[in-house]
Design a protein around this ligand. Structure first.
Ligand code: PGA
Length: 307
């Protein structure tokens, strides 16, 4: 009966080819030397040509042996890939994903996470929404898998991937006198009563930078610690403000006037960030890939609509 080459024989042969020694191959594979020799003899018989030859005290591969060594490496590479992909799929059946998002990211992060969790129901997800200071502290402590930020930290070594646009638009009540004006100059808009987020907010920093570039200082009439409070104040006619367009996600179109102001929208991005030294888990990597692919599409409608 014709013999077949077994996977075990190829494994032994690969070790001998790599290590150049029967003894070291048998040690690496926890086999006795006679077993190794016998398996190599059978392999050569099956193939029908000598694969290994003895030169003095050393061994070397014959040309046929070298070809088999190459084929064996390719087979093992394919098997490694296969095993890894099975492990990845297994990894996505269960596991944890822990995220942290800066305040304004709460308008999109739960939705993305929700859609991902539906795809992989076995994964436990957690999302904390908090202010910039706490997000930065957690990044420094390497506590969570991924962080959503409007600007990557400058003094911590991170990997930051832009995942979607974050345009900052000027919002007013729909009956505001400037609602129908075109190309309102920054100087003019600065004279309006401004409602601003708290100090340290990424949105506020972006607005202040935009005005500072034209040497204009904004003097907020009112400071409020949340986007929703700001929106209420705008509708109450207390003034105008500039917010991420994502904050309008749940509002009816037309509920706010988006003013046509020179220099606006300020074009920013949302970033998914993790500490440079962190090895992302299978789940976290899958989520990041999901964000780069389907996330943008899922949110495009919300991101592009007008007030
Ligand atoms: P924030 O948003 O204003 O809630 O801090 C983050 C950012 O846009 O950087």
């Amino acid at each position: 009966m014709r013999q077949h080459t077994t996977f075990r024989q190829l494994e032994i042969f690969e070790a001998i080819a790599r290590l150049g020694s029967f003894t070291r191959a048998s040690e690496e594979l926890f086999l006795t030397q006679p077993t190794v020799s016998m398996q190599m003899k059978k392999l050569a018989e099956t193939v029908g040509v000598p694969l290994i030859e003895q030169v003095g005290k050393k061994i070397r591969l014959t040309p046929d042996g070298q070809q088999l060594a190459q084929a064996t490496r390719e087979i093992f590479d394919i098997m490694d890939h296969y095993t890894m992909s099975v492990a990845e799929r297994q990894g996505l059946k269960q596991g944890r994903l822990s995220l942290m998002a800066i305040t304004t990211a709460s308008y999109f992060a739960p939705r993305l996470l929700g859609e991902f969790a539906k795809l992989y129901p076995g994964i436990d997800v957690s999302l904390r929404v908090t202010n910039k200071e706490q997000v930065l502290a957690s990044i420094a402590d390497n506590l969570d898998d991924l962080y959503f930020l409007g600007q990557p930290p400058e003094d911590i070594d991170v990997v930051a991937t832009p995942i979607m646009d974050n345009p900052i638009v000027v919002l007013a009540a729909p009956d505001h006198p400037l609602a129908r004006k075109k190309k309102i100059p920054l100087q003019r808009i600065a004279q309006e009563p401004w409602l601003m987020r708290e100090k340290g907010s990424g949105t506020r920093n972006a607005i202040e930078r935009c005005f500072a570039e034209k040497d204009i200082t904004l003097r907020p009439r009112l400071e409020l610690g949340s986007n929703e409070a700001l929106k209420q104040a705008i509708l109450a006619g207390l003034g105008i403000s500039a917010l991420s367009r994502h904050t309008l996600t749940l509002n009816q179109p037309g509920q706010f006037a988006v003013l046509d102001v020179e220099g606006f929208p300020i074009l920013r991005h949302w970033y998914a960030v993790y500490p440079a030294g962190r090895q992302l888990s299978v789940v976290a990597r899958a989520f990041l890939e999901y964000l780069l692919g389907r996330g943008e599409a899922a949110l495009a409608a919300a991101g592009k609509r007008k007030g």
